[in-house]
Design a binder for this molecule. Structure first.
Ligand code: GAL
Length: 348
């Protein structure tokens, strides 16, 4: 009797081995996960780096990545998101041009069962799944702190970013955390305070021209929200022979901003590691695509919910730590930043 059963048992064991081999094989050859990245713009230098590092990370993890950029147009960005949804992405990653308008894209993605990650800029009034950015209030605080060190009292100009970008509001909030007590004390007089549509350098230049005209060139310090707007303001200052005489902030460590810093026409920038945010976001997107839970260290309220968030740390950069921060991190090359500076004055 036992003798007859033996071949049957052998057959069962064999079947088990074949089945487990098949299932192992299935595990090592999963469906390729598809990530969609919808970008506002590629205009500022940083966004090209964001895109390149994000794409490379997804690919290195075996994922497929589709990127679309909307050139600052809300209707285009919505329809590009719809297109990514139709292409069956597993996760939609959005860098919104307009944080309010893109709530619609989140709704559409959710209707198709696709989770959404907001990259760098928050999407407001919706059930956003996750937000990855920097501590943006801190960015504004770093800008104002650095300028106040140089100009503790006098006439201040604030040139903000795009009012449609929640970050621009947070940068201003951070700057005002530092300036407000000094304004109240009467040390600082905020003589001009405007946002710049679409972070436009030419809008910022016009703002600076207006501020100078209205105050008979009596401006002691400028807080510009990023390097693009700083570039516009520096242009206006140079037309009045004031360049290098009026301290001015920036953000992004754009090559142009870093060059101005070592040349003495811009006082500081804020370095935000693009490599960190792009790599982290790509990894999180892949985890979400697998349907796994992402652990976050923070929440940020978007006027509807507390969005689970990961916030990275920004760093203030001046002439003194340019090499230690921006160059050491491989963001720019020493010879590019110091291109217009005599070699004996390069930072050692
Ligand atoms: C902000 C971003 C900044 C800057 C700006 C203009 O949202 O946080 O780093 O690049 O947009 O694109």
């Amino acid at each position: 009797m036992l003798k007859n059963i033996k071949p049957f048992i052998y057959l069962l064991v064999l079947c088990g081995i074949v089945l487990s081999l098949l299932s192992c094989n299935r595990k090592s050859d999963p469906k390729t996960l598809k990530i969609g990245l919808s970008m506002d713009t590629l205009k500022e230098e940083r966004w090209q780096k964001d895109r390149d590092i994000f794409m490379a990370t997804v690919k290195s993890m075996g994922g497929e990545i589709i990127v679309q950029a909307a050139q600052g147009d809300d209707a285009t960005q919505i329809s590009q998101c719809e297109n990514l949804i139709t292409q069956g992405v597993d996760v939609l990653v959005i860098i919104p041009h307009n944080g309010e308008a893109m709530a619609l894209a989140v709704k559409k993605a959710h209707e198709a069962g696709i989770p959404v990650l907001a990259y760098d800029r928050l999407i407001m009034n919706c059930d956003l799944d996750i937000y990855i950015s920097f501590d943006n209030v801190k960015v504004g605080e770093l800008q104002a702190t650095e300028i106040v060190k140089l100009v503790p009292e006098g006439n201040y100009v604030y040139i903000g970013g795009a009012p449609t970008d929640n970050n621009a509001l947070l940068f201003r909030q951070g700057a005002m955390n530092i300036l407000q007590p000094l304004i109240k004390r009467g040390d600082i007089n905020l003589v001009f305070d405007q946002f710049s549509d679409d972070w436009s350098a030419s809008v910022a230049q016009k703002h600076m021209e207006n501020a100078l005209t209205k105050n008979d060139n009596n401006i002691d310090a400028v807080i510009a929200a990023n390097d693009a707007t700083a570039g516009g303001a520096v242009q206006a200052l140079s037309e009045q022979g004031l360049v290098g005489k009026v301290p001015i902030s920036g953000q992004d460590a754009d090559i142009a901003g870093c060059m101005r810093i070592v040349e003495g026409t811009q006082s500081m920038t804020v370095y935000k590691s693009i490599s960190a945010i792009a790599t982290e976001s790509a990894k999180v997107a892949m985890i979400m695509a697998e349907g796994r839970v992402v652990l976050t260290n923070n929440t940020v309220n978007n006027n509807k919910i507390d969005v689970p968030s990961l916030l990275l740390t920004p760093v203030a950069v001046t002439k003194d730590n340019m090499k230690e921060i921006v160059i050491k991190d491989g963001y720019h090359k020493l010879e590019d930043v110091y291109k217009n500076v005599p070699k004996n004055q390069w930072q050692n």
